[in-house]
Design a protein. Sequence first.
Length: 120
Amino acid sequence: MTPFKTILQRTVERVPGAVGAIFADWDGEAVDHFAHGRKDDMLILAAHYGIILNHVQAILHLTHFGEAEEIIFMHHKLDLIVRAVAKDYYVVLACSAGAHLATALREVGAAASALRAEMY
């Protein structure tokens, strides 16, 4: 198991209702991932939501508001937190709708720090 996968697994296990996490680059390519069940769905989600993060970053640069650290998407069945890790990298945490958002935000923040530290 890679250090990245260990960090992602720990994050998923610490958030009740979490179903998976993925660490990816800005092109949507998975660096590593951990998921309960349908891993292909996590890969697709990460790629698409990474594109959205890129668009938000571009808009913020145009308006001089600075960088977006994270974006939260709340859907009928699934909540997603997309968090920037470092330049050109991000992490996505997927949780069942209604999962404890404060816990998920805390853990994805810790995961981003741990992934960044592992990169450098």
